[in-house]
Structures are given as C-alpha cells and as structure tokens.
Design a binder for this molecule. Structure first.
Ligand code: MG
Length: 160
C-alpha cells in the first residue's frame, strides 16, 4: 500500500498569571509569571496535541481531555500527550516532523530552544532533528505584544 501522509495544525492560547510556573514543551522556563489553565497550561504541548489530533481528524484536546474533568486539574500535559501518542500508535501513524512557533513578547525563548526541543522530542519518542521550536514577538502589537499571554501554533506531518 502506498504511504499515506497527513498534515495537522494546532493553535493554543493561555494568559499569564502570577504564582504559576511557566511550562513550555514540558520544560520550566524562568519567568515572573506562568500561564493560567486547568492543566499545567503548557501551550506548546497543547498546540502540538491539537495538531496531532487534527492530522488524524480526531477532534481536539478539549474533546479528549475536557477541562470540566477533575482528573486533568494541574496535570502535566506530557501525560496528555502520551495518551494522544497512544491513539496515534493504534491508528498506525508515525510523527514525521513537527514545527512549533511560540508567539510571546517575553520571556525571550531563544536561550531555551534547545531544552524545549530535546524535551518535546523525548516526549514524542523521535529524534530531535524531527522537532523544530522557534519563537517570535508581535513587535509589541496586540495582546501578545502587551505581554498578556502566549499563543502557540504547531504543524505536524504524520505518515502510515
Ligand atoms: Mg491550552
């Protein structure tokens, strides 16, 4: 059977909140604020999961892990990603590559690219060369520019 390829796109937003840790891609990033959310609010892993589920046309993280469910309160999003990867394996899909862009005025993320990339690759059980993590500001424009929160986009390619 010829190989089948699927692309997926994911997007996620969380607002900053004092008194929370900033977790992106499973990595704690030093910052004065973290992200508000029902889980650990890891917007990188949330966008990535939405991209993976999108490629499989299997809903989104809201349908799989509803934030009304107390089981997901403050949960490490890596655990949710592990469940999405189980769904992928059941459907015989493999992750070819993922490309993640974090939109945030601050903190500056480039010093942390390597750690985030390693962490995402390890959580997905693929080589680091298949994972791209980058960031941009919005030149102080809009709510990301005003430092109110973080937006993340992710694109993935799956094969089977
Ligand atoms: Mg989210």
């Amino acid at each position: 059977m010829p190989k089948e390829f699927r692309i997926g796109h994911g997007f996620d937003v969380h607002r900053f909140r004092r008194g929370r840790k900033l977790i992106l891609g499973g990595v704690e990033i030093p910052h004065s604020k973290g992200l508000a959310g029902h889980s650990d609010a890891d917007a990188v892993l949330h966008a990535l999961m939405n991209a993976l589920l999108g490629a499989m046309a299997d809903g989104d993280i809201g349908t799989h892990f509803p934030d009304s469910d107390p089981r997901y309160k403050d949960i490490a999003s890596g655990k949710l990603l592990a469940e999405v990867l189980r769904i992928m394996r059941r459907m015989r899909f493999k992750l070819v590559n993922a490309d993640v862009t974090v939109v945030a005025e601050r903190p500056k993320l480039s010093p942390h690219y390597s750690r985030i990339r390693k962490s995402v690759a390890s959580l997905c059980n693929v080589a680091e060369s298949r994972i791209s993590v980058k960031a941009t500001t919005t030149e102080k424009l809009g709510w990301t520019g005003q430092g109110k929160g973080v937006a993340v986009t992710a694109m993935v390619l799956l094969s089977r």
